[in-house]
Design a protein around this ligand. Structure first.
Ligand SMILES: NC(=O)c1ccc[n+]([C@@H]2O[C@H](COP(=O)([O-])OP(=O)(O)OC[C@H]3O[C@@H](n4cnc5c(N)ncnc54)[C@H](OP(=O)(O)O)[C@@H]3O)[C@@H](O)[C@H]2O)c1
Length: 353
């Protein structure tokens, strides 16, 4: 972590009021853009001038109020952020430096990234080299970080050893899915991209997919406890019926990294994949990873994700657009990542990709 460079006060000049997007509330109060004061910032020892956030599936649930992901009200939504440090304790990230924060309760029980100012804990901050790297890091954001944790988990189990049979990614055209395809392809796996949008085949092939399979085809055929051993491993963002079907198609000794519920939170399956094939179903929680794992995952992301590829998965929107775009995320109509410009236009430096 960089040493703090500031003097005794350890802070840049404060702003008076800043824009913040509050999550929908259980009493029916909708998500709304409000003005907030510095003294309304939450707990933490590092204050960040937020340049970028991203609109993730979980944020879309919080903004639409479609599912209870927020545990404290009122709460600023946004499960990740990147920006410039304006206040920091001794030993924390340097004032004036850039950081990215993913998870750690942001947008769930701690004010999140959809605000021009955020207060976080020093230990949550991943240091970045520059403003340009902040744009790269938020495009990767929670989605790319989660995909990397899935890959690290499958590697740990030896499930990615060898090149046959292929590795499946479900929800491949979404945020986590796009990065899972790219990361698996970068390490030489034969990647099958499973998608409900086969029309995105060209995009998925650009990310490195060797084959693109329609979600309907993955679900087709008789629903048996065990099917053909088609996949060495899988990264699953879908959950629900698709995850149940994937488990029946993983080879003996293979593994599935389950990280999402875009297709449902229920899981109806049998024990046969586990007791007859030794398949491992591994859960991924990217919100509170071990700090060592977090550092290792970001190091791998930096090394393995070319900047040009990262730029190609992102569409940029303004903080004011988040409420309108959230339902499209839940309906699976957004490709790759929605990067949210939080700081007023013109105050960020251009993307390096
Ligand atoms: N465990 C963790 O710590 C963690 C961290 C981050 C995200 N997540 C979870 O991972 C999931 C994906 O997050 P994200 O940000 O990547 O979301 P996203 O960008 O909205 O992508 C979700 C993708 O899921 C697919 N999908 C949509 N409806 C589906 C259905 N009915 N059945 C199967 N697949 C469906 C779609 O891909 P196609 O169009 O290609 O089919 C969609 O693009 C979410 O459930 C999110 O909550 C968990």
């Amino acid at each position: 972590m960089p040493r703090s460079l500031c003097g005794p006060s350890c802070r840049l000049p404060a702003v008076t009021r800043f824009r913040a997007l509050l999550a929908a509330e259980p009493d029916g109060t909708p998500a709304r853009l409000v003005g907030r004061a510095e003294d309304e910032l939450g707990d933490g020892d590092v204050t960040v001038e937020v340049a970028w956030a991203s609109l993730n599936y979980k944020d879309a649930l919080a903004v639409t109020g479609r599912s209870p992901v927020v545990r404290r009200f009122p709460l600023v939504a946004g499960i990740d952020l990147a920006g410039r440090v304006v206040e920091s304790p001794p030993g924390g990230p340097a004032v004036g430096s850039y950081v990215v924060v993913t998870g750690c309760g942001l947008g769930e029980d701690h004010d999140g990234g959809f605000a021009e100012r955020a207060r976080v804990q020093a230990g949550w901050c991943v240091p970045l080299a520059s403003a340009e790297e902040a744009r790269w890091a938020i495009t990767v954001g929670m989605a790319g970080f989660t995909a990397m944790l899935c890959v690290l988990g499958l590697e740990r189990l030896g499930a990615l050893d060898g090149h046959e049979p292929p590795v499946l990614v479900t929800g491949a055209a979404g945020g986590v899915g796009s990065f899972a395809v790219a990361l698996l392809a970068a390490r030489g796996a034969h990647v099958v991209a499973g998608t409900g949008r086969p029309e995105e085949a060209a995009y998925l092939r650009r990310l490195g997919a060797d084959e693109v399979v329609a979600r309907a085809d993955l679900l087709a055929g008789p629903d048996r406890p065990l099917g053909r051993e088609r996949f060495a491993a899988a990264v699953d963002v879908a959950g629900g019926p698709l995850l149940a079907r994937v488990l029946t198609a993983v080879r003996a000794g293979g593994a599935v990294a389950a990280c999402g519920l875009a297709g449902g939170s229920d899981l109806h399956t049998t024990v046969y994949p586990f007791i007859l094939r030794g398949v491992t179903l591994m859960g991924i929680n990217a919100v509170w990873p071990d700090p060592t794992v977090r550092a290792a995952a970001w190091a791998r992301l930096r090394a393995e994700l070319p900047a040009g590829l990262v730029g190609g998965v992102a569409e940029e929107i303004d903080l004011a657009d988040v409420i309108d775009r959230a339902p499209q995320v839940l309906d699976g109509r957004v490709r790759g990542r929605l990067v949210v410009r939080v700081a007023p236009a013109g105050t960020q430096r251009p993307d390096r990709s």
